[in-house]
Write a protein that binds this ligand. Structure first.
Ligand SMILES: Cc1cc2nc3c(=O)[nH]c(=O)nc-3n(C[C@H](O)[C@H](O)[C@H](O)COP(=O)(O)OP(=O)(O)OC[C@H]3O[C@@H](n4cnc5c(N)ncnc54)[C@H](O)[C@@H]3O)c2cc1C
Length: 397
């Protein structure tokens, strides 16, 4: 919600180019935004809380903890079950930096009553980037510190370059190869960058260094459940590799931390638990997005991954510049990149950065699922002028 509101703000501010006046002075009302978020969360949670009852499933409200392989206690009451599905999500990491208590996590940032004036983000993964972009466009001075050589290391290199240009346009400072050494109580972040000391002042520090699975507090060792790092170690049926009566889903089961993963895995694991292992998970065609401004949509393999997997991979690329709908909307910063096998024209992956990339990439995902070749999609009719047309034009080129 923060991102979509700020996206609208940035578009409206650029309205003069479209013949609109007055947009330049638009500002984000942080208090109103947080109040709206609280209201939406409360309404949607209410609906979700009512669902188990509607389905006739008794729901206990409390923290479950294992007491034995099949035994659980919930707030002092004992329960036992033949089969158990763990869906306890993840919690934000608090890195072992002296002074980390002066930082906040993303869970706390969305409850701040005032928009930070200066924000230091520690961590250049998707959460750090999403908050960094949104707040930078909303007027916060954002400095993002990444320990590795690259932000979002799994991204395609060309997409990352465009993301870095977008970060510059948003006024964000990004530093890589950073070792944060200390945070002071006045919210100064001390670090070393290429062996040189550096210090960044902030009025809030966002700790965005990952989200370990929230399984250890359940005392999984009492049920004989092995962990892989923090998550339940599962096989392709989402079954614990060490405790066959236990299944795990969503963030508790691994590192694919996306809501649709949990929605897909929950019913699948429940069916496998109750009916015997019938279905394995399949993430071969799994579209995802990073909600930076502009957004990034991805599905399948990047060019480097395809080559690394032994494909004779070729790419087709198209800049948003050459898409008439992007031109009409004055949103010409972006690119569509398709990765395909040179011999068979099988579509191996797609990456999109630009306005509505998160929606556009889904066209490529459907084509991949349907087994369409690149030239099949390139020959299709599409609605003109649309941003989505860029996928078809890229496949035609
Ligand atoms: C800032 C942020 C932005 C994100 N943006 C996106 C996005 O744009 N798109 C996307 O797809 N994903 C996004 N995600 C990831 C997504 O939210 C998670 O992957 C998803 O919520 C995981 O679902 P889950 O059911 O595994 O866990 P959760 O949704 O975390 O649910 C776990 C539940 O288990 C409960 N619980 C924990 N321990 C116990 C216990 N011992 N007993 C009983 N109950 C317990 C918790 O209270 C919680 O209600 C984002 C995450 C964050 C933090």
């Amino acid at each position: 919600m923060l991102v979509s509101t700020v996206e609208l703000l940035t578009r409206a501010r650029r309205g003069r180019a479209l013949g609109l006046s007055g947009g330049e002075d638009l500002r984000l009302d942080w208090t109103a935004l947080i109040a709206r978020k609280d209201d939406i969360v409360a309404r949607w949670s209410k609906g979700k809380n009512a669902t188990p009852a509607k389905l006739g499933i008794p729901a206990l409200h409390g923290r479950g903890v294992f007491a034995g392989p099949h035994e659980l206690t919930v707030d002092g009451r004992n329960y036992s079950a033949a089969k158990i599905v763990i869906a306890t999500g993840s919690t934000p990491a608090r890195p072992s930096i002296p002074g980390r208590e002066y930082g906040i996590t993303s869970d706390e940032l969305i409850h701040l009553r005032r928009q930070p004036r200066k924000l230091v983000v520690i961590g250049g993964g998707f959460i750090g980037l999403e908050f960094g972009f949104a707040l930078a466009w909303a007027g916060t001075e954002v400095t993002l510190l990444q320990s590795g050589a690259e932000i979002a290391p799994a991204l395609d290199g060309e997409i990352r370059e465009l993301l870095l240009s977008a970060a510059e346009a948003a006024g964000m400072t990004i530093r890589t190869g950073v070792r944060v050494t200390r945070i002071d109580d006045n919210k100064s972040v001390h670090c070393e960058i290429s062996g040189e000391p550096a210090r960044f002042a902030a009025d809030e520090i966002l700790l965005a260094t990952g989200r370990p699975a929230n399984v250890a507090p359940l005392r999984p060792e009492l049920a004989g459940i092995d962990l892989d790092r923090s998550a339940v170690k599962v096989n392709d049926y989402l079954q614990s590799t060490s405790a066959p009566h236990v299944y795990a889903v969503g963030d508790a089961a691994g590192m694919r931390q996306h809501s649709p993963v949990a929605w897909y895995e929950g019913p699948l694991a429940a069916r496998n638990a109750l009916q015997g292992n019938r279905q394995q998970v399949d993430f071969s065609i799994f579209p995802t997005a990073i909600f930076t401004i502009p957004a990034i949509g991805q599905v399948g393999l990047t060019e480097a991954e395809a080559r690394g997997s032994g494909f004779n991979a070729k790419t087709s690329k198209l800049s948003y510049d050459s898409n008439p709908a992007a031109g009409v909307r004055n949103e010409t910063d972006g690119m569509v990149k398709i990765v395909y096998d040179a011999g068979t024209e099988k579509i191996l992956g797609a990456q999109v950065i630009g306005a509505h990339a998160e929606d556009i990439v889904q066209i490529a995902a459907v084509a991949m699922r349907g087994g369409l070749k690149k030239s099949d999609v390139g020959a299709m009719h599409y609605v003109f002028p649309t941003l989505g047309g860029a996928i078809f034009d890229t496949m035609a080129s």
